[in-house]
Design a protein around this ligand. Sequence first.
Ligand SMILES: [Zn+2]
Length: 303
Amino acid sequence: MKLLLVIMMTVSRLAAAAPVLSVTEIARGIFVHFGEHGVPDTHNRGAIANIGFVVGKRCVAVIDTGGNLEQGRALKNAIKHHTDKPVCYVVNTHVHPDHIYGNSAFKEPGVRFVGHEKLARAMSVRGPFYIGKAKELLGIELTEKDIIPPDIAVENEYEIDLGGRVLKLKAYPAAHTDNDLTVYDPLTDTLWMADLLFLEHLPVIDGSLKGWLGILDELERHSYKRVIPGHGPLVTDWPQSMQPEKDYLTLLLTEIRTLIKRGGYLEEALETVGYSAKPNWKLFDDFHRKNISTAFAELEWED
Ligand SMILES: [Zn+2]
């Protein structure tokens, strides 16, 4: 009995030491962990985004690594659980902490980090702030070695070959951030759109409102069998599921422009713009005012 107890304790301790992230195979060889909506805090420790991996015949590409090192390790365990192929690429879709803080779990020989050409700069600009605030805001230890810039900087388009599967990466002008990157898998007609697409969770503008709307216009003209958002469920009816995001961003653009045109100031915009969209979104009160001020600054001086 005592021996059984010891074995059980050992097993549970091992299980606790090596948690495996839950992932769903949404198309052949494409595994996604769907994050739970929330503002990054010490409870969720920043682990809120959709992250995952794509498996080829030769190796695996990780697409975003999660909100903290533990989540990165749990993602790594999930990969081992589903394939014996090694990781050869880590793609970071943009600089936000919920997508890159798990990077150091994958830092080893043979793994190349890939990101937008502006990602390294964004990481170095924000890194000190992130490191300084990680304990207080997320309850996690973060050091310089956790902020891993890309080995491969994507200026426009770039392909990564996983063996029998070539992923097409595309870097965009400023939109959600100034370093957004999408990943397209022709084999399954799946677009990993990351934070260029939010469902349920209010879109967060940290780049350019007009730039973002321009990209949505472009992507809307294409058809995709599946689209993976950075936050929210899998999209299988593209472009329909993207409309709420487009409507919200368009509402901001229209109402802020109107207000500026008649001489209104940011203070008024913060209290009046875009509130009709509130029922459509989660975390509206957490991000809406920030969106207004970012968009206002962008639109204030346009012709
Ligand atoms: Zn983001």
